[in-house]
Design a protein around this ligand. Structure first.
Ligand code: GFB
Length: 318
């Protein structure tokens, strides 16, 4: 891969996009193109088309997306389906029109059916019903990967899709109304420790199982795919192992140093019972995750502490 290639990282301010920029810069890529939302609204079709017309982009990482945890997904389904469909439609179509040589699209493990056999292979897609709490987001992400396949078939483009499991790492969202479980528990445990609380509220029953991938591992997998001669397909990315939400909460508390008791709130949704990815397809090509969960959570807690002072404090705590 030419180190001078013009690489557009869409969504560079997010957790995934910022990890990609770090990874690409470390590998010596010199022409990384980014735009803030104020300068380029990816839901604006005309603006996106003009951006591609003017910028001779060689490679696209489509990491821009409306994302959120179980509560945000279930209460704002219209925003999740509209914004993600608009971003995907505009960027994928313009990338084809303006002759981008390779595009990596990022989806999510929630695209797979709720009652999937575990671990989940790529070919289980669309075999049965989706998990209702994130159906709108999943439909949008399925549309994105199907667009990549359709453009490859009709126009001979080289668009590949990565389906990461639940992600965490530096630059995560710590707003408790919209965050995923790992950053939410980190913040709650930290604040409970500061207040000297005896208990920590955890949503749901604690029994769902989740797999967690450090975002630097995802960025590494994406760079690996970009540099490979693979030009189509869907690839799961994960660590190949999962744990219960209870075990995750215990791990986060150990890292943060909160010694109180976990209290489960079964009035909050559990979501899908399990979504462990089968990662053998990417592994057979020679890529494997390398950051162990507790080590990754420790590093992420360091990042959280640096950001904590500047976080708004008007957030819900339950
Ligand atoms: O990470 P999370 O919001 O999303 O929740 P999903 C995972 C599990 O953790 C659920 C529980 O069973 C939650 O009830 N949980 C416990 C908490 N305490 C908390 C908390 O304080 N905050 C949050 N957020 N959860 C999302 C999808 O599903 O995952 C998206 O909605 C996407 O579409 C994303 O796929 C990766 O893993 O259930």
């Amino acid at each position: 891969m030419d180190k001078q290639a013009r690489i557009f990282v869409a969504g560079h301010r997010g957790m995934v996009g910022s990890a990609l920029v770090r990874r690409l810069k470390a590998a010596g890529y010199e022409n990384i193109v980014t735009r803030t939302k104020a300068h380029l609204d990816l839901t604006d079709q005309g603006g996106v088309n003009l951006f591609f017309e003017e910028n001779q982009i060689d490679v696209v990482f489509l990491a821009a997306a409306r994302v959120g945890g179980i509560l945000a997904n279930s209460t704002m389904p219209a925003s999740f389906i509209y914004e993600n469909l608009a971003i995907e439609t505009n960027v994928i179509h313009a990338a084809c029109r303006w002759n981008v040589s390779k595009l990596v699209f990022f989806g999510s493990s929630c695209i797979y059916p709720k009652a999937c056999p575990q671990p989940i292979k790529e070919e289980y897609l669309l075999q049965s019903e989706l998990e209702p709490t994130n159906e709108a987001y999943a439909i949008a992400k399925i549309a994105g990967l199907k667009m990549c396949e359709a453009y490859n078939r009709q126009y001979g483009t080289h668009f590949v899709s990565l389906m990461p499991t639940n992600l965490y790492g530096p630059n995560d969202n710590y707003d408790l109304k919209s965050s995923h479980v790992l950053p939410a528990l980190m913040r709650k445990a930290h604040e409970a420790k500061l207040r000297g609380d005896a208990t920590l509220p955890v949503w749901g029953t604690g029994s769902p199982r989740r797999e967690f991938l450090h975002v630097d591992d995802l960025a590494d997998a994406a760079a690996f795919l970009m540099e490979s001669d693979v030009n189509e397909g869907v690839f799961n990315v994960g660590v190949g192992d999962d744990l219960t939400i209870r075990e995750l909460a215990q791990t986060v508390c150990r890292v943060v140093g909160f010694e109180g008791e976990l209290v489960f709130d079964a009035s909050k949704p559990d979501g899908t019972p399990r979504k462990l990815l089968d990662v053998s397809k990417l592994e057979s090509m020679g890529w494997k995750a390398s950051i162990a969960l507790e080590e990754g959570i420790r590093a992420t807690y360091g990042d959280f502490l640096e950001r904590y002072a500047s976080m708004p404090r008007t957030l819900v705590t339950a």
